[in-house]
Write a protein that binds this ligand. Structure first.
Ligand code: GAP
Length: 452
């Protein structure tokens, strides 16, 4: 099982309306993709599962939805203006432009070794704020959602009276002017992140870091269905750490392009709260931060046990929604070789992630009784609000099953002549292809139990 090539996924996603190239009718826009009717459902389901697990099913988490546009000072004190750079090289022969750490000495376009020296390229998208062409009226599209959490630390603390340890969770868009976006939705310029900033007492950080790595691996495997053998931990060496990190563990997943980062879990120490805070000198910071004469808030926590202000350490599990979607698709994908060269493509998605939960199919599309009952069943299931259902009568039953298998629909309901006599229908399971007869009034509880 699992997709072997990116082309298998790109082709399925385009054909069945999961993911389209952005601005396709104008020749596309590199690094931008549009999620179609099924893709938006899959992506929303992934985000909802993440929110449910991390916000609703824990006692120590608050949610947030901060603005994408932030005061430009945020990016000065976060360190991104200075350090959010990738090394860029140009090929003097074909004029191609590449990330120096992505190529092995020669131009991947034309093979020339006549390359420029690497030079730093800042990946933040700069944007003008307001109508006047004032050189000072600019900001950046956020390259990570995390900073929206740090600058709101005091607001959340004061409005919720949380005690350490606690976390703030956020899902939202981020933008990176990647030098070479590539590999479908793996590396894009407009991406979405699911980020947690988990605040702990200094000294408790290393244990919390370890715990979060375990928690997040379990989530990808048990809740999202990734194969444990395809997930690895990569302990980022000291020389490769981001400017804010004391230690980072990347969760790597076996994508069709190889083992690559799916989520980063960093120990950001007191760097961010410390660097955005006023009165830094009154606090015992461990991170080296630049003086901040611009902030009006002291982003600290009053510790009632010691009667002192402390700056919490932060553990940050940061996952990409697009990479998560790609990982889930990769792992769910299977091409089964059937008789006579026939191939059955199936997405073995966890039911909670599946874009469509139940497809209702009439055995005969021109029989009023069968069609009427099938449409009724679809409407009733849909009205429950619990399971997205579709009705399809545009092909013969075998073809209809295949269509649903290919997009990961866990159950198909078939209405036939017997249904009109005894009010039972056939329910077919996507993975086993086993069929059983279920009474129409029992369908809702039957699915409710199996779709969790
Ligand atoms: N706040 C920390 C942070 O942003 P990161 O490792 O740069 O850390 C976190 O990004 C996650 O965001 C990555 O593990 C990846 O899943 C996703 N991500 C980052 N850049 C991406 C890109 N250009 N395209 C798609 N996903 C990306």
């Amino acid at each position: 099982m699992a997709a072997q090539t990116m082309d298998q996924l790109v082709s399925l996603c385009k054909r069945r309306g999961f993911i389209f190239p952005g601005s396709e009718i104008y020749g596309g826009l590199q690094g931008a993709f549009d999620y179609g009717p099924l893709g938006v459902e899959l992506k929303n389901n992934l985000k909802q599962l993440w929110w449910r697990t991390n916000v609703y099913e824990r006692d120590d988490m608050e949610g947030l939805d901060a603005a994408i546009l932030m005061n430009k000072l945020t990016w000065r004190y976060s360190g991104h203006e200075e350090t959010f750079v990738d090394p860029m090289v140009d090929c003097r022969h074909c004029k191609g432009r590449f990330r120096a750490d992505h190529i092995k000495g020669k131009c991947p376009n034309c093979g020339s070794t006549d390359l420029t020296e690497p030079r730093p390229f800042n990946m933040m998208f700069k944007t003008q704020i307001g109508p006047l062409p004032d050189p000072e009226s600019y900001s950046y599209l956020r390259p990570e959602t995390a900073q929206g959490i740090f600058v709101n630390f005091k607001n959340v603390l004061d409005s919720t009276n949380r005690k350490l340890p606690f976390g703030i969770a956020q899902i939202g868009k981020a933008f990176r002017n990647e030098i070479t976006p590539r590999n479908f939705i793996f590396r894009v310029r407009e991406l979405e992140q699911m980020e947690i900033e988990y605040f702990v007492r200094p000294g408790d950080d290393e244990a919390a870091h370890k715990q979060w790595v375990e928690t997040r691996v379990n989530w990808w495997v048990n809740t999202c269905g990734l194969d444990r053998a395809d997930v690895e931990e990569y302990h980022v060496p000291a020389g490769e750490l981001a400017h804010y990190s004391k230690a980072t563990v990347d969760l790597m997943f076996r994508f069709p392009i190889g083992m690559e980062e799916l989520e980063g879990i960093a120990n950001r120490t007191d760097f961010d709260l410390g660097s955005h805070t006023a009165d830094q000198e009154k606090l015992k910071l461990t991170a080296k931060v630049a003086p901040n004469p611009d902030s009006i808030a002291r982003l600290s926590y009053f510790d009632h046990t010691t009667n002192q202000h402390i700056v919490p350490f932060v553990i940050e599990p940061s996952a990409g929604v697009d990479r998560g979607t790609l990982a889930v698709l990769t792992s769910a994908y299977e091409e089964q070789q059937l008789d006579k060269g026939d191939v059955r493509t199936v997405l073995h998605l966890k039911p909670a992630l599946a874009p469509i939960k139940v497809a209702v199919l009439p055995l005969k599309k021109n029989h009023d009784g069968i069609v009427g009952l099938a449409k009724n069943i679809k409407r009733t299931l849909q009205a429950s609000g619990e399971m997205r259902s579709v009705y399809d009568d545009t092909a013969a039953i075998g073809k209809l099953y295949r269509r649903q298998d290919e997009v990961g629909t866990p159950f198909c309901v078939t209405v036939d002549f017997q249904s009109l006599e005894d009010q039972t229908v056939t329910v077919r399971d996507r993975d086993t292809m086993a069929q059983e007869r279920i009474a129409v009034p029992d369908l809702q509880p039957y699915f409710r139990e199996r779709l969790r």
